[in-house]
Write a protein that binds this ligand. Structure first.
Ligand code: ADP
Ligand code: MG
Length: 263
């Protein structure tokens, strides 16, 4: 995490994302039970927990790829309050605004296969931003350089390794200048050496002060790179804390059991 900005004598922390009491059920299956989380600018937060505990659903609810049944999500200045009831057109408009602050990266890369890497990165800004194409292309090439892919700009996704595709997906998510990046198991489809290239990009973004939330099975990365680890089980946040402290001395027996089996 970048050092907080010092203003006078006070350290200024800025909340970028706040989830309050998110609940989500699929039919009668309660997948999220009052999940609350606050993330400050520049934090890298790892979410860990057993398969099926609701990690992906939580991440997807943060940008309304999944509609929570109730709760509040605030990102940057936009806020959506849900109380169970129909999802309305006005909610969708708010969700659209809120999504503009969020970059999302999935396990399966999800690049557009029929577009070059450069086109993938330029696509959203070109549609949304009213800026000259040359400016958008220059920014996209800068982002590709940042993720180590400047030489691959004109290649198609299928000709790239998984690690390169994932780095291209990160560049594409960054192109809208999000306030927060969400990653859902970004390295699970990659072998460890290639995964490391992706993790290094995330560390570099952290050094630049990007706010990031990552769902991961990689406890070593979570411990070494995160500012905070969140442990989820059965649709609840069981424990959240300093990575070393949580790994060495988990407070809750469920965390201890999970980490004991994962380390
Ligand atoms: P995790 O990412 O922690 O593995 P998920 O959030 O993907 O967990 O899933 C949590 C639970 O919700 C699982 O039991 C899963 O089967 C269920 N679930 C997820 N998405 C859906 C869906 N669209 N419809 C029905 N059940 C779902
Ligand atoms: Mg998942």
């Amino acid at each position: 995490m970048a050092d907080p900005v010092e203003t006078g004598s006070a350290f200024c922390v800025e909340t970028v994302l706040r989830a309050e009491s998110l609940c989500k059920s699929f039919d009668s299956h309660k997948v999220l039970r009052n999940v609350s989380l606050t993330v400050e600018r520049g934090e890298l937060v790892s979410i860990i927990g057993p398969s099926g505990c609701g990690k992906s659903t939580f991440l997807r609810c943060l940008n309304f790829l999944e509609i929570p049944d109730s709760g509040v999500v605030t990102i940057a200045d936009d806020s959506i309050r849900r109380s169970s009831g129909p999802w309305r057109a006005s909610d969708e408009a708010l969700a659209h605004q809120l999504r503009a602050h969020v970059g999302m990266v999935f396990q399966s890369f999800n690049l557009f296969p029929h577009r070059t890497v450069l086109d993938n990165v330029m696509l959203a800004p070109r549609v949304v931003k009213h800026v000259a194409p040359s400016v958008i292309e220059a920014e996209a090439r800068d982002l590709l350089a940042k993720v180590g892919l400047e030489a691959a700009a004109l290649r198609y996704p299928a000709t790239l390794s998984g690690g390169q595709q994932q780095r291209a997906a990160i560049a594409r998510a960054l192109a809208m200048r999000p306030d927060v990046m969400l990653y859902d198991e970004p390295t699970s489809a990659l072998d460890p050496r290639v995964a490391e290239e992706v993790l290094e990009v995330m560390r570099a973004l952290d050094r630049e002060g990007m706010t990031q939330i990552v769902v991961t099975h990689d406890i070593r990365f979570a411990r070494a790179a995160s500012d905070r680890i969140v442990f989820m089980e059965s649709g609840e946040i069981i424990e959240t804390g300093d990575p070393d402290e949580m790994c060495l001395n988990p407070r809750d027996p469920r965390t201890r059991e999970f980490l004991g089996a994962s380390l």
